[in-house]
Design a protein around this ligand. Sequence first.
Ligand code: ZN
Length: 242
Amino acid sequence: MGKEIRVTVWNEYRHEKTDPAVSSVYPEGMHAAIAAYLRSNGLKVGTATLDEPEHGLTQEVLDHTDVLIWWGHMAHGEVQDDIVDRVHQRVLDGMGLIVLHSGHFSKIFKKLMGTTCNLKWREMGEKERVWVVEPGHPIAAGLGEYFEIPSTETYGERFDIPAPDTLVFVSWFEGGEVFRSGCCYHRGAGKVFYFRPGHETFPIFYQPEIQQVILNAVRWAAPVGGPTVQFGHFPEPLESVG
Ligand code: ZN
């Protein structure tokens, strides 16, 4: 058995408080639904939300987080820049980050990607077919060749991201669009996974395949205990020179 993975699920948690169409699906918030599933799989899971002091992401919380999950949409601009910098530094130091759905426009994801992270979208409740394009990847464990989400918000290419280190999923939508739905990156010592599904008005975070992917992604993104690297001027060579 490896070390227990400590997860923090961060949710903006605004739609659930203001829109009955969302609170009827996620009465305790999307973070609670995700956290409950991960806990049932033996992970140590805390939650944090935008309206808590320091958005619930104190240095103490982040220092005890192996993998941070991020869902945001309507209030990206309210996330304080100093907290974004704090999360960014933890990723570079080795904390895993899983960015869900509309988190593509979060400050932290844009900062890590260095691009606009813009995309096409439409809300018509279309079917989505998510294809596994890297079947040997740990995030694809336990899945079939594809799985379907019966009704969802559509995202379409181009998705303005840097080419992923590994692309695990590609989605097709009923209306014809395609989208890179599961994108892996390394940033510093940390691993970042973007996962597209998760629009707030659909029960997507209760779907078994979605839960499986998030659990797999947590395990993949967890720190591996690699070396602490040293940068900068290094005047003492390991071998004698000259
Ligand atoms: Zn959405």
